[in-house]
Design a protein around this ligand. Structure first.
Ligand code: IVH
Length: 715
């Protein structure tokens, strides 16, 4: 072969590899960004992307070809149909990656070369944890949030304005006047706790669990129905701002903080290579304890004028880089599948793994969520799998890597592996349950672990092992026995490893925990579906434990007013109400025993709330309001201290009536409840807060007056 034909062949091969890579990466992008369900691990994706970059670097014509085809850049996707498209005022960029200290050093050297800085001249970098969520653009005009959008293809994003109202950390006005357009950029993410709770819900419902917290955040924000977002806990952290020039990135974060945005408290300046390397190592260690995912550290040139000189290459700024953390997933083999019995009797399949080290931690077990998930992933004992772990989240099997030789299918047990009781599957649910209730050791154990946990009774010094010993010694049998341990002081002190001091400390912690607030008590009961937020709503509504318990007993009769009343609490709904009522019926005796040994405080309303114009009032919204969406109206009621209820009862204080209001308005009329027509409602709002675009000083002053308790409702 002559040299030219060899060249041609090489070019042809490169072209072919490039086309395959581009097609594969686009498929991955579509799954990751478009469907929030990744096909491969981040590491596999990064490796293929790196190969693409290398190929393009040695064959510059390839990149041009990609452009001329009008193809999307890798790492970006077209906005999904159904969402309104929002052109960003300034493009939303991506980041170049570094995977090693060498890559990072090379990046720093490139910066110095470009800026013509010698080694002894300062070059301050700003280091920020790289949150693993999805980027969001908040568009403000004259200081008022106009819309919010995902990154999309970098030029045009998906409008998620209604959805972001439910995200913590979003600020609706910033102190800017005049004809200004400012875009605040940041990351929406879900913390581990909420991610685990959401996947648990998926487990119970039989929905496909999210592979990681990033996908859970993206899947929750990118909902065409904003009410779904409202049920998920999402947070926002700001990392940038365009349209408001600041001298440095550090000053920019300071400004964002002043405007009320959360920014990362771990962000800092780095003045030397040592600073850069140490900050990376420190964050790598801290990653485990943060409670949310970070997948690397972003280093940005701090000075804005340097940033301007460095500019942008392709779709990434030349002045920033993401130094990625090592993989948090690994490949191993399923050696067996065991069953874990949870607090409510749910049976969760767990993969027993050939131990594998994943980012420094030896992983031996991983959750398989439920029977449907085993089927969906087509898993058998003996298969090779990819396991993912992050921080304190239980590792999970995310996909099969290879069929095992002689693989054995797994069938779900028909009897509880702990107590032998029958296993059932309720209609419409995917989870299997042990029917043993509190007679099942596993269920009792799980329950007690919940009771002593920090958010419940917060009994320090009583870990799982201690509870096991107490149960084995028959000192503790039922949850209530935890609170009468002082009667067993001598026996406790005689237990191996339980000295006088630790017993004293434990009994002290127990005595302290007996004074409990109503929301904490309700949460601590461990009612299925009832988390801390709902427990707070219930406490706020019923005010004291006897009233709550009595109402729940009455609500067993679904024609009783108490049933309608609990269903009408905004944020509760019928499914939760059913769960509470069933729980109180089944465990009424145990609740009584607990109430007997505890001192449950009545619900206390914080002082500040009492000055709000709708403080403690129950408001029902009905019909179509012309001036605002239902979501906005709900938000306003809550902002004024009110409680939104979904149906009218004797407990309702006001009904806000829009057009075509039906039976609720009639019922309100019949019960003699005050009805506010839209005009009166708007008047009330005008007196207190402010709609988008109506935020002038005069209104603020009126609102201040009301908030200080000087005003009364114009009703
Ligand atoms: S700056 C100008 N800063 O990482 C460059 N991005 O891989 C634009 N991210 O799309 C991004 N934490 O979603 C920046 N402190 C941070 C970040 C951050 C997370 C995400 C962001 C971006 C992606 C790029």
């Amino acid at each position: 072969m002559t040299e030219t034909t060899e060249d041609k062949k090489r070019q042809g091969d490169a072209q072919q590899e490039w086309e395959t890579l581009v097609a594969t990466l686009r498929r991955y992008d579509d799954a990751y960004y478009g469907k929030d369900a990744p096909l491969v691990s981040d590491e596999e994706y990064d490796a293929q992307r790196l190969r693409l970059e290398q190929l393009e670097a040695s064959n510059p014509t390839l990149r041009k070809k990609g452009k001329s085809k009008g193809g999307e850049a890798i790492g970006f996707v077209e906005p999904v149909r159904g969402f309104t498209k929002r052109p960003h005022h300034h493009p939303m960029l991506s980041l170049e990656n570094a995977f090693s200290a060498d890559d990072m050093r090379a990046f720093m050297a490139r910066l110095r070369r470009y800026l013509q800085l010698t080694d002894d001249m300062p070059l301050v970098m700003h280091c920020e944890p790289k949150l693993d969520g999805l980027s969001l653009n908040l568009h403000y005009q004259d200081g008022v949030l106009q819309w919010a959008a995902t990154r999309g293809n970098g030029e045009v994003g998906e409008d998620v304005t209604d959805n972001v109202r439910h995200v913590q950390g979003i600020v609706s006005t910033i102190p800017m006047k005049g004809d200004s357009v400012i875009e605040v950029r940041g990351e929406v993410y879900m913390n581990h706790k909420d991610f685990v709770a959401l996947n648990r819900l998926c487990e119970q419902k039989g929905d496909t669990p999210f592979a990681n917290a990033r996908n859970a955040a993206a899947g929750s924000l990118r909902q065409l129905d904003a009410s779904i977002t409202s049920e998920r806990s999402l947070s926002f952290m700001a990392y940038g701002c365009v349209g408001y020039p600041m001298p440095t990135q550090s000053a920019c974060l300071g400004l964002l903080r002043d405007w009320g945005f959360p920014t990362d408290h771990l962000a800092r300046q780095c003045e030397s290579w040592d600073d850069i390397a140490t900050s990376y190592e420190a964050l790598l260690e801290e990653r485990e304890t943060l409670g949310w995912d970070i997948d690397g550290v972003v280093y940005k040139v701090d000075h804005a004028d340097y940033q301007r000189r460095l500019g942008v290459v392709g779709r990434a700024p030349r002045w920033a880089v993401a130094w990625k953390f090592p993989a948090q997933s690994g490949r191993t083999r399923i050696e067996g599948i065991s069953i874990q019995v949870g607090r409510h009797g749910t049976l969760t399949p767990v993969a027993e793994l050939e131990p594998v080290r994943i980012s420094g931690v030896l992983v031996k077990r991983a959750t398989l969520h439920n029977a449907n998930e085993i089927k969906r992933l087509d898993l058998c004992i003996g298969d090779d799998v990819i396991v993912q772990r992050a921080g304190d989240v239980i590792p999970q099997v995310i996909r099969k890597a290879k069929d095992g030789r002689g693989r054995q299918t797994f069938s779900f047990p028909t009897a509880c592996p702990v107590c032998g009781s029958e296993v059932v599957r309720h209609d419409g649910e995917v989870a299997y349950y042990c029917t043993g209730g509190l007679s099942c050791d596993a269920q009792r154990m799980a329950w007690m672990k919940h009771i002593v946990s920090r958010e419940a009774f917060d009994i320090t010094g009583l870990g799982e092992q201690h509870i096991k010993t107490l149960m084995a010694e028959h000192i503790v049998h039922m949850p209530v026995d935890l609170f009468t341990l002082d009667a067993h002081r001598a026996r406790l002190q005689a237990l191996e490893g339980w000295g006088q001091r630790s017993v004293d400390n434990l009994l002290h912690a127990i005595a302290k925990s007996k004074d409990v607030s109503l929301p904490r008590f309700i949460y601590a009961l461990g009612i299925p579906q009832i988390g801390r937020v709902t427990a707070e709503l219930l406490a706020k509504h019923y005010k004291n434990a006897p009233h709550w318990v009595r109402s729940m007993e009455q609500a067993q009769d679904t024609s009783h007013e108490s049933w309608h009343d609990v269903c009408a609490i905004d944020g509760v709904g019928e499914s939760m109400a059913r769960s509470i009522v069933d729980f109180v019926r089944t465990y009424g005796a145990m609740i009584e025993q607990l109430r007997h040994v505890l001192r449950i405080k009545d619900y206390e309303i914080k002082g500040a709330d009492m000055s709000l114009p709708l403080y403690g009032k129950r408001v029902v919204l009905t019909g179509a309001l012309q001036g605002m969406t239902r979501e906005e109206a709900k938000y306003r009621v809550q902002e004024m201290g009110g409680i939104v209820a979904s149906s009218v009862s004797h407990a309702t204080d006001y009904v806000v009536m829009g057009e075509n209001a039906g039976s609720k308005a009639k019922k309100a009329h019949a019960l003699g409840i005050k009805i506010l027509r839209e005009q009166e409602w708007m008047q009330l709002l005008k007196g207190h807060i402010v709609g988008t675009g109506a935020r002038d000083t005069e209104l603020h002053e009126t609102a201040d007056g009301l908030a200080k308790g000087q005003g009364t409702l114009p009703l």
